[in-house]
Structures are given as structure tokens and as C-alpha cells.
Design a protein around this ligand. Structure first.
Ligand code: BEZ
Ligand code: FE
Length: 280
């Protein structure tokens, strides 16, 4: 085989250039990436205009990134890549709570709150009592588990998206289970909302006839010493976007019933247990 690149030998020619001292994992990943990229271009016979459009798209994706906006992760999310990588690396036994996408709106350092306290600092939205337990795979309570929770407000925005409207740390809090593994807190019943769609990812969704909405959900990071931490959501049963989440984050086991509390027709309640697997 010559060193010159042709349509027939393109991927092999590029991969043959890799140096002998290349890290083995780097070699494996780059070899496969080049093979798949070249196969894709051949498959669709990518035109020069399409190639230029793709370069322009990736350039704009980079340009819109900032300290508070990560358009490449958003791109990965809408292409289903974030959930695929998560699925491969968080295979769990049946009964353990499943993972889903982290999303861009987690804020480290949310205040630790006492059980039963509310995370809704502005009181805007339909109040909801959240209750449940953190358990191990045998059903035993996990004490001292840390539950970091965040949700959007009644208009579908996280506090960090509306720093001039919402108080800092609105709809966020950290709770720690006691010996019985239970937790309870108040917040609002979350609402469905569009992912940030005013950039290249939003344009892409539009071009392929997809909406930007996520079904209503509340986020959780649950961790405990000796257990594999989980990144997950509770989704609101009945939400019209459950079957078409723009980032493919829905799993059947994460859909929870939200019901009106008996004797309190203005407040909702939702119950959900988190089941942790021992760390390896
Ligand atoms: C979220 O649920 O907060 C989210 C997830 C992925 C992309 C955008 C937002
Ligand atoms: Fe979210």
C-alpha cells in the first residue's frame, strides 16, 4: 500500500500514520473513530457544501460556549450520546436505581437543609411533598446518604438561568438521611421545559423536525460511603413529553406518580425510593 491517500484506502492510510509510541487506548479509539468517520463520508458521499456546513456548525457550537453554556455537551445530549455513554458505564443489577443525564444546571455547594424543609425559596409553583428512602439492594436503609436535589421553577427555568428573577439556590438543596434511610422535603411540582434552543443545537433540532422539550422532572445526585453514586431524575407520570424527551433521558423506572395530597387539595405528593449498589 502506498502512503498516498485514495478513496479506497483513506482510513487505513490515516491510521497507518500513528506513531509506535501512541498510548494503546488512544490508538484503539482513534483507529475506530477514523474508520467510522471515513465510512460515514463514503456512505452519504458528503458534498463539499455539506462538509463546509458541518465545519460551520461545529465552529458556532464552540463559539457559543461560555462559563455557563456548554453547547458540545448539549449536542451530545440531543444525539443520544450522553445517555449511551452513561448506559455503557452504569450497568446496574435489576432493582438498583437507574442513571440518567446530569444536564448543565447542577450547582455544587447547594445548602444542606433539614428533613421536611422546602427547597422553593420564592414559593412560586405548585407545592409538592417529596418522600422516600435510600436503600441497598437487599432493602436495608442506607444511613448518612447525601441527596443533592435541583429542579426548575414554575416557568421552566433553573435559578442559574434567571439570576435577576430567582433567588440564588432556588429549588436546590442537599439532604442527609438518618438511620432509617428516609428523606422528605418540599419543593414544587416541576414543569416541562425546552433545553436551551437559541444556538446551533436548537437550529439542528429544528432542521430535523424535533422539538426541544424535556418532560417535567426533578434531578437527584445520591451518594453514600461504600456505594456507587447515582445521577438520576424523577419524571412526572403523564407528562406529554415522556415519549419524546429531547435528550433521551427517560427510563420507565424513573417515572413517578404525583398525586394530590389527601385533605390538602393544593399540595402534591410524590414518593420515590433510591436503591444503591455497593461500590466495587
Ligand atoms: C436538564 O435536565 O437540566 C438538562 C439536561 C440536558 C440538557 C439540558 C438540560
Ligand atoms: Fe432538568
Amino acid at each position: 500500500m502506498s502512503n498516498f491517500l485514495s478513496e479506497e484506502n483513506s482510513a487505513e492510510t490515516v491510521n497507518a500514520r500513528m506513531g509506535d509510541s501512541t498510548d494503546p487506548r488512544m490508538r484503539q479509539v482513534m483507529t475506530s473513530l477514523v474508520e467510522h468517520l471515513h465510512a460515514f463520508v463514503k456512505d452519504v458521499e458528503l458534498t463539499e457544501q455539506e462538509w463546509a456546513a458541518a465545519i460551520g456548525f461545529l465552529t458556532r457550537t464552540g463559539q457559543i460556549c461560555s462559563a455557563t453554556r456548554q453547547e458540545f455537551i448539549l449536542l451530545s445530549d440531543v444525539l443520544g450520546l450522553s445517555m449511551l455513554v452513561d448506559a455503557i458505564h452504569h450497568r446496574r443489577p435489576s432493582g438498583a436505581t437507574e442513571n440518567t443525564v446530569l444536564g448543565p444546571f447542577h450547582v455544587a455547594g447547594a445548602p444542606e437543609r433539614g428533613m421536611g424543609e422546602t427547597i422553593s425559596l420564592d414559593g412560586v409553583g405548585e407545592s409538592c411533598l417529596y418522600q422516600g428512602r435510600v436503600l441497598d439492594l437487599d432493602g436495608n436503609p442506607v444511613a448518612n446518604a447525601v441527596i443533592d436535589v435541583w429542579s426548575d421553577n414554575a416557568d421552566g427555568y433553573y435559578d442559574v438561568q434567571q439570576p435577576d428573577i430567582q433567588p440564588p439556590m432556588n429549588n436546590r438543596g442537599v439532604f442527609r438521611t438518618g438511620a432509617d434511610g428516609t428523606f422528605s422535603f418540599r419543593g414544587i411540582k416541576p414543569v416541562s421545559y425546552p433545553i436551551p434552543d437559541d444556538g446551533p443545537v436548537g437550529q439542528l433540532l429544528e432542521q430535523v423536525g424535533r422539538h426541544p422539550y424535556r418532560p417535567a422532572h426533578i434531578h437527584f445526585l445520591v451518594s453514600a460511603e461504600g456505594y456507587e453514586g447515582i445521577t438520576t431524575h424523577m419524571f412526572v407520570a403523564g407528562d406529554p413529553y415522556l415519549d419524546s424527551d429531547s435528550v433521551f433521558g427517560v427510563k420507565q423506572s424513573l417515572i413517578a406518580a404525583f398525586e394530590k395530597r389527601a385533605g390538602a387539595d393544593t399540595e402534591w405528593q410524590a414518593a420515590f425510593d433510591f436503591v444503591l449498589k455497593k461500590a466495587e
